[in-house]
Design a protein around this ligand. Sequence first.
Ligand code: SAH
Length: 250
Amino acid sequence: MSIPVVSLVGAGPGDPDLLTVRALKRIEAADVVLADDLIDPRVLALVKGRLLRVGKRGGCISTDQHFIHALMIKEARAGHRVVRLKGGDPFVFGRGGEEVDALREAGLAVEVVSGLTSGIAGPAAVGIPVTDRRASPGVILVTGHPGEGRAEPDWAALARTGLTLVIYMGVARAADITAKLLGAGLKADLPAAIVSAAHTAQQRHAVTTLAGLPDCIAREGLKSPALLVIGEVAAHAALDAVQHCELNLG
Ligand code: SAH
């Protein structure tokens, strides 16, 4: 008897055209798909087997991970082809690592199907090249919400790198994060962008300055899921259909 395989599949940021070919094959072949909340309905529509919604949102309210682990293990042991469908890339802020560990401990084989992470594809959707070499030699992907009991990123240290910051799950804590970055010496007029629901039908974005970020989010009513992009590259955001808060783009 072959060892059952569970596939952790990255669904990308939204539009099903951004699924990898392998992701599409796994989704279509699955007997059961355990999907997170953030998965675009157009991607869910590709599921032919049983669809189980197991996410719980609000940015990052803790899902009962153990329940998800147990369900995947039960389904795989029953001989079903299991796909665990996760937004973006399964290994970028998606608890994919924890799920792989749980499955391996249960003696199951696991395959990880990488997806486009929203922190790169989201800014790109609005014309922001996160590592444009004219502006920044690198990018930091960081969470604005490390989760209960977990260490806060060292914002001052991140500010000192001078690299583009792409902050996931940062909308609710934008005021606090902005204050820390300004306190660490980042310029008040450093370009900043917010990209909400990238690659979905609800996509919106705005461009502002670091100091203007919290007000801009409130004024434009930009909501989670969203990325905050902080750094000179943010000024590259597409100027058509963009909301300008306070940035003087000349
Ligand atoms: N694994 C995912 C991230 C999961 S954490 C990935 O690789 O993209 C959830 C956070 O990702 C959200 O709070 C938001 O910050 C970001 N996010 C996910 N999908 C998004 C989208 N379509 N547009 C903007 N941000 C998104």
